[in-house]
Each structure stands twice: as structure tokens, then as C-alpha cells.
Design a protein around this ligand. Structure first.
Ligand code: 0O2
Length: 234
């Protein structure tokens, strides 16, 4: 591999990769440099996969707007897992500490969150996305039909999609979380509350949070019904 070490050092310095260096054993020398170079390529690959999948979703949404004057998607968010989180997750899962291992063992380096208006939209979007020829469904977890014990609701898909590079085609894992605005509201606040406090959330507060999730789920179902009724009479 032809690596310009000086350029690479400049790229790494001051970025999060700089902090990842500290996670490596002290004397990995050239091996570390090569691994860092692969990391920069990895970020480009997963960013490209995010763009591919986002475009697919945006096309589906705009088609609905054109045909039915209706958007199933409220908005889309994306995130690329940071190098530090990638290495921490590899450590947690007891997997080898390398870029190749990350590509093979982690499904959520590229993450997309699709926020829909109504519950039915979630399944419409999921079905249309996974029906596409170049999308392979790897994993599907329906936390709406079976919510997590804490009340968390969302549909999680892991898909694989091709990214065409100058010299290769790579099939890249992308995690797609699909949820309503209401589910997203709960998940965002619950996530923040968990990280705001150093202490464990007490059983009483956990029960109250779960109660909020149930109330939100009931509201989601009611909003869906109101929308369906209005559609039938219009
Ligand atoms: P981030 O920064 O959001 O990505 P995994 O950890 O993926 O190997 P798991 O637990 O089977 O294994 O994955 P799952 O159930 O598909 O959930 C992964 C992601 O879903 C989390 O990512 C969260 O984004 C979200 N999530 C899952 N459970 C909860 C929850 O109880 N509350 C909230 N607010 N979000 C949840 P990460 O990795 O935690 O972080």
C-alpha cells in the first residue's frame, strides 16, 4: 500500500483518530499507520453508504408527495460512529482490534434514523426500502410490536447496500432505525436523562419513564386512527 505518512499524520492530528492512537498498544509503529489509513478509507465508505440509503429514502418520500400529496417521512437523521466508539464497541464485544474486524463485526458504523408521522408509515417505508433489488435485509428487530422492557419503541433494520468505488464494489452494513415523531421524542429524552446522571435511574423514575412511553404509544395509535378516519371521509 502506498501511504504518504506525513500527509496521513496531518490528517490524523487533532481528529478523533488521534485519541484512538492511545487505545493501541504503545509500539505498533507502521502497523498503526496502516490501520489509521484504513480508518480514513472506512469513514469514506460508510459516509457513502449513508448517502446511498438516504437518497433511496428521499426518493421514496418524494414519490409519495407526487402521487398522493403526502409525505410518510417527517425527517431523516444520520450519524457515523466515531472511531473511539468503534474501538470501544469492539473491545466490549471482545472482537479483534482492527478496521477489518470493525467492518465484519459491527452493523451500526453507519446509522440512519427515519422519523415518520404515523405508525403505518414506519412499515410502509421499511417494506419499500427492503424490497429494492440492491438492498439485503440482514436483521430486523421490531421494538414496536415487542417494546423493550423500559418502554423503548422503534423498528430497527440492518441492511447491506452496495457502494461502487473506483476499484471495487463493497457491500456495506447500515443500521436504519424507523420510528414516529412521538417515539423519537421519548427515546431522545430518555437517552439524555440516562447520560445526564452518573447514578442509576431509580426504579421509581424508570417506572415513570415507562409510563410516559405507554401514554405516547396510546397517543400514536389515536393519531393514526384520526388520520385514517379523515382519509376515509375526504
Ligand atoms: P447510538 O449512538 O445511538 O448508536 P448493539 O449494541 O447494536 O450491538 P443491541 O442492543 O441489540 O446491540 O442493538 P439494538 O437493540 O438494535 O439497539 C441499538 C441502538 O438502538 C442504540 O444505539 C440506540 O440508538 C437505540 N436504542 C436501543 N435501546 C434503546 C433504549 O432503551 N433507549 C434509547 N433512547 N435508545 C435505544 P447505541 O449503540 O446505544 O448508541
Amino acid at each position: 500500500m502506498n501511504i504518504n505518512v506525513n500527509n496521513l499524520k496531518k490528517t490524523i492530528e487533532g481528529t478523533e483518530l488521534d485519541t484512538v492512537k492511545q487505545l493501541f498498544p504503545a509500539d505498533t509503529g507502521e502497523l498503526l499507520v496502516e490501520e489509521m489509513y484504513k480508518f480514513i478509507e472506512l469513514e469514506h465508505l460508510y459516509e457513502s453508504a449513508i448517502r446511498e440509503v438516504k437518497t433511496k429514502l428521499e426518493i421514496l418520500d418524494s414519490e409519495f408527495r407526487t402521487k398522493y400529496a403526502y409525505n410518510p417521512i417527517h425527517h431523516i437523521e444520520d450519524r457515523l460512529k466515531s472511531p473511539k466508539s468503534i474501538f470501544e464497541k469492539l473491545r466490549r464485544k471482545d472482537k479483534p482490534f482492527s478496521v477489518d474486524s470493525a467492518k465484519k463485526n459491527l452493523y451500526d458504523i453507519a446509522g440512519i434514523r427515519v422519523i415518520c408521522n404515523y405508525i403505518e408509515d414506519i412499515y410502509t417505508v421499511a417494506d419499500l426500502l427492503t424490497a429494492q433489488d440492491d438492498v439485503k435485509l440482514v436483521e430486523r428487530k421490531d421494538y414496536i410490536k415487542s417494546p423493550k422492557p423500559n418502554g423503548y419503541r422503534s423498528l430497527h433494520l440492518v441492511i447491506q447496500t452496495p457502494v461502487y468505488l473506483s476499484e471495487a464494489k463493497e457491500h456495506v452494513f447500515v443500521e436504519v432505525q424507523i420510528r414516529t415523531i412521538a417515539m423519537d421524542f421519548w427515546a431522545s429524552l430518555e437517552h439524555e436523562l440516562k447520560y445526564k446522571t452518573d447514578n442509576e435511574v431509580s426504579a421509581e423514575l424508570a417506572a415513570r419513564l415507562k409510563n410516559c412511553a405507554e401514554t405516547i404509544a396510546a397517543t400514536d395509535a389515536e393519531m393514526q386512527e384520526i388520520y385514517r378516519t379523515l382519509k376515509e371521509i375526504s
